[in-house]
Design a binder for this molecule. Sequence first.
Ligand code: UDP
Ligand code: MG
Length: 321
Amino acid sequence: MPDKTLSSTLQKRETLSIIIPCYNEEDVIDLCHQEVTKVADTLPYHIELIYVNDGSKDTTLEKLCAIREADKRVVVINLSRNFGKEAAMTAGIDHVTGDALIILDADLQDPPELIPDLIIKWKETDADVVYGQRTTRIGETWFKKITAKSFYHIINFIANRVEIPKNTGDFRLMNKRSIDALRQLRESHRFMKGLFAWIGYKQVAMPYCRAPRAAGSTKWNYAGLLNLAMEGIAGFSTVPLKIASFFGLLISFFSFLFGIFIIFKTMIVGVEVPGWSTLTVMIAFLSGLQLLSIGILGEYVGRIFGEAKKRPLYFIEHIYK
Ligand code: UDP
Ligand code: MG
């Protein structure tokens, strides 16, 4: 029984904050609250339940307010529009008052029953972060599995010193020190998996089986996932820039060799079509150099543009507490 182990491992009156970002989750939010409180009630903890309504266009906010009326442990942060899950989580993380936090998806894909296991692992290993690591991906297509796997290979191959754990989402427990560290990372390009890993400290994995969505539908499509992958790669590595430089140099080098070859050929065999060879070599050489320069500039300018605006990560319409 987890309760018994928990009671002996936890100090009383510590506060555990649970953050749940919600976007158009009217179908599942009541069930979610029911499941989460079922588990939370067994914990020897003071519980703070933070729902972040990320600009839902359905009745999620109304449902959350009703939940809030019935349960005073609930805080509802209503964002001014849809900012995306990363910003919604950040809003939650900025407002937690607990000694530790746990992030859950509203669709019950991260099973609330595993909260006690996260806490036990945290207390046992004395880790700063315990992250859920998916052992299986039920209900996902082979295409999604393969693309996800390749993504982790690529990003860990090129990410600069930061090891991003495989098959890990946002489902995790973080202690006070890691929460404080994460709060200091205010960049607007937020690749959370990367940021979670970037802060360092002792992070341990807790393997779990990721369930299919309880109800409603995913907010992700392949374009969104591709964008997320690009965000991760560009935000945590400068290797794409180096690839642009590498190809630029490669093209320039071969154009140079080609140029020498044309000179000798002309000296030996004579001119075939006047001007043709010089033009081709020049065009190829300059294209290589241009690719190199535009690649480097574009990536840097894009990132600087995003960050230089220094916009807040989200706006809050109201906090119901
Ligand atoms: N979510 C959010 N804002 C968004 C998109 C999603 O707060 O713009 C929330 C959503 O309500 C859910 C969690 O993020 O609680 C995960 O979303 P989803 O289930 O669509 O992602 P998936 O599980 O398919 O990766
Ligand atoms: Mg989901």
